[in-house]
Design a protein around this ligand. Structure first.
Ligand SMILES: [Zn+2]
Length: 115
C-alpha cells in the first residue's frame, strides 16, 4: 500500500483535521528564537503547524492550547492577541463571502480525478 505519488504537499489543520494542499492552509511557525508567528509565506525556518482558513479553527486551537502544543511553545499574551486578530480578519472575510452566497453546501470538490 505504499505508493509514492507526487502531488501538491498536503497538510492537516490542527483544529478540524481537514487535509488540504499546503497553500490552502495557513502556517504558524515557532522561529528558532522561540517566537510564534503567522507565516504567510510558508517559508520561515522553524517548527510549523497548519490551520485552515476557518476562523473557528483558529479560535479553538488558540483556546484549547493546541497551537502551543503543536509548536511546543508557550504563547505570549502578545502572540495570542496576534493570532486572535488574524482569526477575526478571517471571520470578516468569510462573512463577506457568505453574504454573497447565503448557504454554500460544504461538499468536497471532486476535481481530483481530472486527467
Ligand atoms: Zn480547520
Amino acid at each position: 500500500m505504499k505508493k509514492r505519488v507526487r502531488r501538491q504537499p498536503q497538510r492537516t489543520c490542527i483544529a478540524c483535521r481537514r487535509i488540504d494542499s499546503k497553500r490552502a492552509l495557513v502556517r504558524l511557525v515557532r522561529t528558532p528564537e522561540g517566537e510564534v508567528l503567522i507565516d504567510l509565506t510558508g517559508k520561515r525556518a522553524g517548527r510549523g503547524a497548519y490551520l485552515c482558513t476557518n476562523p473557528r479553527c483558529w479560535l479553538t486551537a488558540l483556546e484549547d492550547g493546541r497551537i502551543g502544543r503543536a509548536l511546543k511553545a508557550e504563547l505570549s499574551t502578545e502572540e495570542r492577541a496576534h493570532i486572535r486578530a488574524y482569526a477575526l480578519e478571517l471571520e470578516k472575510a468569510t462573512a463577506q463571502e457568505t453574504n454573497d452566497q447565503e448557504s454554500r453546501p460544504e461538499h468536497e470538490p471532486s476535481e481530483r480525478k481530472s486527467e
